[in-house]
Design a protein around this ligand. Structure first.
Ligand SMILES: Nc1nc2c(ncn2[C@@H]2O[C@H](COP(=O)(O)OP(=O)(O)O)[C@@H](O)[C@H]2O)c(=O)[nH]1
Ligand SMILES: [Mg+2]
Length: 153
């Protein structure tokens, strides 16, 4: 769905470090990026379609989102199958309102003739929504801008 691709593209100029969080070698990746001269730490979390299932990935994600120290959660969802991801979005919105929805794979959606009204989605969910293509830097800059604003409010 693009979480790791987005993480890598935003943090590739700075050193990332890994934290093993399970015996199965699951890891969370921490990386830094800069926005307007300020340093932002991004964390790439494994998983996930739901916080309710019993897989270890989801337990890690749930624990981090419930108890971790962060300023905002970027929820990356797949533009070609938004409905499948909405459950996760609502679960996270129950935990925190400091959320940015990243509708990724816009290029694939376009190929399939799927159009997404990002403004409408943002109105419905009550949080900012940004459309991205994970390897198009320009779309990621916008994601960073919106995330930065959510973090500083
Ligand atoms: N066409 C296209 N492919 C993407 C996009 N984002 C991710 N991918 C591809 O989808 C696959 C899974 O991406 P990944 O970042 O590993 O997803 P993760 O499981 O959420 O971390 C990779 O092969 C990516 O290159 C996108 O915006 N457009
Ligand atoms: Mg990943």
């Amino acid at each position: 769905m693009g979480k790791s691709t987005i993480f890598n593209n935003l943090t590739r100029n700075a050193s990332a470090y890994r934290k093993l969080v399970s015996e199965r070698q699951l890891q969370m990746l921490y990386g830094k990026c800069k926005y307007h001269g300020k340093s932002i730490t991004l964390v790439d979390i494994p998983g996930t379609y739901s916080l309710m299932s019993n897989s270890e990935e989801e337990e890690i994600a749930r624990n981090y989102i419930c108890f971790g120290k962060y300023n905002a959660v970027i929820v990356v969802i797949d533009a070609t199958c938004i409905e499948r991801n909405l459950n996760l979005v609502y679960q996270i919105l129950e935990i925190t309102k400091n959320v940015v929805i990243c509708v990724n794979l816009l290029d694939e959606a376009e190929k399939k003739g799927i159009q997404i009204n990002l403004d409408k989605l943002s109105q419905i969910l009550g949080v900012p929504v940004v459309g991205t293509i994970a390897n198009k830097t320009k779309t990621l800059n916008r994601l960073l801008e919106v995330t930065y604003n959510v973090c500083s409010r």
